[in-house]
Design a protein around this ligand. Structure first.
Ligand code: ADP
Ligand code: ZN
Length: 433
């Protein structure tokens, strides 16, 4: 079902007009409400009335995570604190947390956005959702929670952790939908299998996974192990939280909620906008946010955009999967390597579990990459020869995809640490001199 057809299926011209009007209001809001933006705009001789259409967005300055840190905690808020009714903080994957604030209207919009996402996944008020993102400062838990309520479905506020109990409640409460990180979904699936309870005891049919990069192969793996239809959800706290974009039944890119967020993809070096289809850094502008409006926020997330209307009937612009963050790209012996490439290779081969760790070291001034991978039950062997063959196979495949050699360490099933929230897969021990 399409939750809000007026907005989700708007024709291109009307959408652009709406975005243009909203951008102008957003610029007006920051010009008058946020000294940081007023200074930046004045430096460029820009005023709210410099915006006459959405195309004028390229005149505007970028905002970075550093700007949020420099104005910590509330410097970029555009309303007095009396109008802020909730705070969240980003999980700090890449440094100190940043604080984000929401007005009552922001929270209402966020809930409606999530209801749109959940409808696109085929959920309705008869569904029972287990929300296993962390509740708290992280936007995942409460973000999904209020969206499920807005949809009119039932929410089980599970939060993350306590896996055995969680599985029991999924079964006992007849949960039909599960929201968590893809890495946690795998762990749950694995633990479910170990309970020995028949698959029919579980009613799960929809999985809502995001907050960290994942691949098509990982989707297949989760779908097979858990018996759900797995969908991607994307978002970031600086812009709102989860629900900035979502997949639909076509699973061919994620629809950006583009009546509230305007998306561009830029070359992270030259900062010039890139044509549709090319991979670059996603830049998002909030068109309606009151508490913490963001103008051309550089997400560091790498993806491409597709403006073609989708078979599902939605006309909103779609983004590809996130290929990685521009700042989590590893440069190993001069070669660019994304952890997601390594994950894809591991998942292509049936002998391995999608559990791995990447260690990077520098020995004698040479970068060394070591990949620890779990061998799947049934493929693990005490025979050295068998394991050597397996190692060779993976090393050769990694070499052909990445163009560099990696040392492989095969480990027994269920020995690598599982994550309950965002997984950490790379440990870079290089000391940069
Ligand atoms: P932090 O930057 O501290 O991790 P957030 O908790 O707001 O802050 O996380 C947002 C980031 O999580 C995004 O910028 C993106 O890198 C990642 N992310 C969120 N959803 C997805 C997704 N579906 N696919 C890939 N990456 C995602
Ligand atoms: Zn669609």
């Amino acid at each position: 079902m399409i939750w809000n057809p007026t907005k989700e299926c708007m024709n291109a011209e009307d959408k652009r007009r709406l975005q243009g009007e909203r951008l102008r209001k957003a610029v007006d809001r920051v010009y008058h409400g946020v000294p940081f933006y007023r200074n930046k705009l004045q430096e460029r001789d820009l005023r709210p009335d410099s915006i006459s259409s959405i195309d004028d967005i390229t005149k505007l300055p970028f905002t970075t995570k550093q700007d949020l840190r420099d104005n910590y905690p509330y410097g970029l808020f555009a309303v007095p604190m009396s109008e802020i009714i909730r705070l969240h903080a980003s999980s700090g994957t890449t440094g100190n947390p940043t604080v984000v604030g929401y007005t009552r209207r922001d929270l209402a919009i966020w809930s409606e956005m999530i209801a749109r996402c959940l409808s696109a996944y085929g959920a309705d008020r008869n569904d029972i959702f287990s929300v296993a993102y962390g509740y708290g400062l992280f936007t995942g838990g409460l973000g999904l929670h209020y969206g499920v309520e807005h949809l009119g479905a039932t929410v089980i506020p599970m939060s993350s952790g306590n896996t055995a109990k969680h599985i029991q409640l999924i079964r006992d409460f007849g949960a039909t939908a599960l929201a968590c990180t893809p890495s946690y979904a795998l762990y749950l699936a694995e633990t479910m299998a170990k309970t020995g309870w028949p698959r029919d005891d579980f009613k799960l049919r929809i999985g809502i996974f995001g907050a960290e990069p994942w691949t098509e192969n990982m989707r297949k793996e989760i779908e097979a192990k858990m018996g759900v239809n797995a969908y991607n959800i994307y978002g970031l706290s600086e812009i709102m939280g989860p629900g900035v974009s979502h997949e639909c039944e076509c699973k061919c890119g994620s629809h950006i909620i583009d009546d509230h967020f305007y998306a561009e993809v830029i070359d992270p070096e030259t900062l010039e906008p890139l044509p549709y289809g090319e991979v670059g850094e996603l830049v998002l502008t909030t068109l309606t946010k009151e508490g913490l409006p963001m103008i051309r926020y550089r997400t560091k997330d790498l993806c491409s955009l597709n403006p073609e209307p989708c078979e599902c009937g939605r006309t909103s612009i779609r983004m590809s999967r996130i290929m990685g963050r521009s700042d989590d790209m590893l440069i190993i012996r001069g070669v660019n390597v994304f952890p997601s490439q390594i994950e894809s290779v591991i998942l292509e081969l049936e002998e391995f579990e999608p559990h791995y760790m990447i260690y990077v070291d520098r020995q004698n001034n040479l970068d060394m990459m070591e990949v620890h991978v779990e061998v799947r039950d049934g493929f693990y062997s005490d025979e050295i020869k068998v394991m050597m063959e397996l190692k060779k196979k993976l090393a050769a495949r990694l070499h052909s995809v990445l163009g560099i050699n990696a040392d492989i360490k095969l480990v027994e099933p269920y020995t690598l640490e599982r994550s309950e929230g965002k997984s950490k897969r790379v440990i870079d021990r290089r000391v940069l001199k």
